[in-house]
Design a protein around this ligand. Structure first.
Ligand SMILES: [Zn+2]
Length: 291
């Protein structure tokens, strides 16, 4: 049996790391929020295809949009934490990491019908300290490890023997030394580059390549996970002309095609034999029974 997990990181267009030196935290409240509309585009696709996903929700958003969180939960999706303030974990001290995660859980818990058991670090900036905090707070899993080598924001934690992955093997889950389950972002290696399935990598990749990537990962891995953000479905979002060409390209490329591409991908996944679509929370329970 193979499993596929769709995950959505809930943050507004102006909270993205690539825009941070143009829009700072204290300015967030002044910006036009588009999270309701863009999240509903995602919810509509998931509903039409009858699948459930894991939503890693930023506490700052949940505090201001409780009805949206309840709507996501009422459609059967898993509510998980994306922290509160979206600060890179390796740039803040240990007690701030802990209070950021704790604050997000305090906001999300009453809005969700079930316990918050999963976490994704802002910009995949996971640290060993943070995994310790998650374990102490009774989280079941973290889903923050991204092996793409050329983004310095991505965190590194010792999990498994990385040398065993030089053939492009896609490790789909691992147990950390403190017993927390880690679900890395699905990657496959092309020309020595670990290419993730999701986000800007997904928008950059043509559909024929995504099909190939999915088949390649499926061959080596029993869990495939795919991540996106609601702003990636929103071509009408405000455009910051003052961004560097690099960040402009990475943030705005392919926004108009995301909805059709993910819909195609879901159809494709559903046509694979012996594939089940689960949330990370459900996967954590399945794995807990296995080990
Ligand atoms: Zn994020």
């Amino acid at each position: 049996m193979k499993y596929v997990v769709f995950s959505i990181d809930i943050e507004d267009w102006f909270q993205v790391e690539n825009l941070k030196n143009r829009i700072q935290y204290h300015e967030w409240g002044l910006k036009e929020s588009r999270i309701d509309e863009s999240t509903r585009v995602v919810l509509e696709i998931l509903k039409r295809r009858n699948i459930r996903a894991t939503f890693f929700i930023l506490g700052w958003i949940a505090e201001r949009k409780p009805a949206l969180v309840k709507e996501i939960a009422s459609q059967g999706h898993e509510i998980a934490s994306h922290g509160y303030k979206h600060e890179l974990l390796h740039k803040i001290d240990d007690s701030t990491v802990e209070s950021d995660i704790r604050k997000s859980v305090e906001i999300l818990r009453p809005l969700s019908r079930s316990k918050i058991v999963g976490y994704r670090a802002p910009s995949f900036s996971i640290t060993k300290t943070a995994t310790g905090v998650l374990k102490a707070m009774n989280f079941a899993y973290d889903a923050s490890l991204n092996d793409f080598q050329f983004n310095r924001r991505y965190g590194k934690i010792a999990t498994y023997d990385r040398t065993s992955r030089t053939d492009g093997e896609a490790v789909s889950w691992t147990i950390l030394e403190n017993d927390l389950i880690e679900f890395p972002i699905s990657v496959n290696t092309y020309l020595t580059i670990y290419w993730p399935l999701g986000g800007g990598y997904f928008r950059l990749s043509p559909m024929w390549f995504i099909r190939k990537q999915l088949r390649d990962i499926f061959r080596k891995s029993d869990i495939v996970s795919i991540y996106l953000h609601p702003w990636e479905f929103d071509p009408g979002q405000p455009r910051l002309k003052s961004l560097s060409a690099n960040y402009y390209f990475r943030h705005y490329y392919g926004l108009g095609k995301t909805a059709d591409k993910i819909d195609n991908l879901i159809k494709l996944v559903k046509n694979f034999p012996d594939v089940k679509i689960k949330t990370f929370g459900e996967m954590a329970k399945i794995l807990a029974r296995r080990v």
